[in-house]
Write a protein that binds this ligand. Structure first.
Ligand code: UDX
Length: 442
């Protein structure tokens, strides 16, 4: 099918390349001409494993093109997908400015029967809001005959950064929110080649499934972090508790890793959006208050642990590994690692950092005093403590003997328990994790 994808961020570009890989012809549109110019050269504007290779392959096969001009591609579209950002406003509600603007532009340019698919994560009711904007624009242009031929579908994405392409190609489910058989069939046809469960539901339910899924995953994380906080006082090991709890098929082992809490552009935003959506509908989603509060406190507790062991941080040399909000991405949005580094600098520490991918993005937001190094060992060299904040696999491959001899004090605070199973105390490190039986000493 011929698809126009509006928005070339994590969701739009990954989905656009995914649909092209399924045999569809995709035209990606973005108002950011710098981003489009880079994409035209086969360069992705952010790091995502395998995406640049997919981009080059789809450009070679002629299945994907990039433009800033929607009018140059809209007439050939059977499906117009909207994957623009919906960032949170201060009150937690989603900012629909970009979405509304895309809908208005579609309404001003559309001259044929089309399906509008909203991929962006949006509050319940937004799909119908988008449809109304488009239909109103068509009416303004005297295209009343077209109004009833424009349909909308909610097809939320469940892509994780760092594994977005495989999540697209092998999803647990494809959720389709629509009103009629033709729409369901058209969306299913676009996904031909994907083996998964196709869940047909109402538009409103599809919109809610997305935020409810993320809010539940975030709840799991805050739950295991609460357990970690308990066992730091009782001497058990949260990893063993997570393993035992996760063996229950009804719970499952994933998203039970304790640490400094969740970040990223989705969980914090979607939890706040769901809480806000409940609120404007007269319901206080009390559980989510706690999920957010626990998550915010996790960073404070970890920072306090560092201070309780090291004492004053003023003038102390501290090494930091990891700045991205999770491994395999350069994304630092809502990253707990960035928050902790800012606290360290705020307390007067001399901080050196290493991250395999996110240092360029981090340098835009961190204080100028932060030193960026080219290897993990360099970041820890001469340091009185090393703080691990993102569980990049690279960190496990370091020579810990070399690390130990390069540090003034062999102390490690591990905010992701990334090195917990390496038994570093055996070679002389003092090791403090999150919710680990040995960290109750702290
Ligand atoms: C999430 C959802 O997983 C995905 O389905 C949705 O489409 C977008 O939001 P993402 O934010 O990319 O994906 O990353 P994810 O792997 O979910 O991790 C989110 C945050 O939770 C990260 O900061 C990660 O460090 C943290 N996390 C994850 C934990 O602290 N513990 C865990 O066990 C898992």
């Amino acid at each position: 099918m011929n698809i126009v994808m509006i928005g070339t961020g994590y969701v739009g570009l990954t989905s656009g390349l995914g649909f092209a890989g399924l045999g569809n012809r995709v035209a990606c549109v973005d108002t950011d001409s710098t981003k489009i110019a880079k994409l035209d050269l086969g360069q992705t504007p952010f790091f995502e494993p395998g995406l640049e290779e997919q981009l080059k392959a789809m450009q070679e096969s002629g299945q994907i093109v990039f433009t800033t001009e929607l009018e140059s591609v809209i007439d050939g579209a059977q499906v117009l997908m909207i994957a623009v950002q919906t960032p949170p406003k201060t009150n937690g509600q989603a900012d629909l400015t970009y979405l509304d603007s895309a809908a208005e532009q579609i309404g001003r340019l559309l001259n044929h029967e089309s399906l509008i698919v909203v991929k962006s994560t949006v509050p319940v009711g937004t799909n119908r809001h988008i449809l109304k904007i488009i239909r109103d624009e068509l009416t303004k242009r005297g295209k009343d005959d077209l109004v009833s031929l424009i349909r909308v579908a909610s097809v939320p994405e469940f892509l994780r950064e760092g594994s977005a392409l495989q999540d697209f190609l092998a999803p647990d489910r494809v959720v389709i929110g629509a009103d009629d058989e033709i729409t369901f069939r058209t969306v299913e046809q676009m996904h031909e080649g994907i083996k998964s469960i196709f869940l047909r539901t109402s538009i409103e339910s599809a919109e809610l499934i997305k935020v409810a899924s993320n809010a539940f995953l975030a709840t799991k994380i805050s739950f295991i972090n609460e357990i970690a906080n308990i066992v730091e006082r009782t001497g058990a090991d949260v990893r063993e508790i997570a393993r035992g709890v996760g063996l229950d098929k009804r719970i499952g082992p994933l998203f039970l890793r304790s640490g400094i809490g969740f970040g990223g552009s989705c969980f914090p935003k979607d939890v706040a959006a769901l809480k806000s959506y409940a609120g404007i509908n007269g319901y206080d989603f009390r559980l989510l208050n706690a999920v957010i509060e626990v998550n915010n406190r996790q960073r404070e507790l970890f920072f306090k642990k560092i201070v309780s062991i090291l004492g004053t941080l003023k003038g102390r040399k501290i090494g930091v590994w990891g700045l991205s909000f999770k491994p395999d991405t350069d994304d630092i949005r809502e990253s707990a690692a960035i928050d902790i580094v800012q606290r360290l600098v705020g307390a007067g520490a001399d901080v050196s950092v290493f991250d395999p991918k996110a240092m360029q993005n981090a340098a835009r937001v961190l204080p100028n005093s932060v030193v960026y190094t080219t290897t993990p060992i360099d970041a820890a060299s001469g340091a009185e403590a090393l703080i691990v904040l993102t569980e990049w696999p690279e960190f496990r491959g370091v020579s810990f003997e070399t690390l130990k001899s390069s540090m003034i004090e062999p102390i490690i605070f591990d905010g992701r328990n990334a090195l917990a199973d390496l038994d570093l105390e055996r070679i002389g490190f003092s090791y403090f994790g999150v919710g680990l039986c040995d960290s109750h000493k702290s």
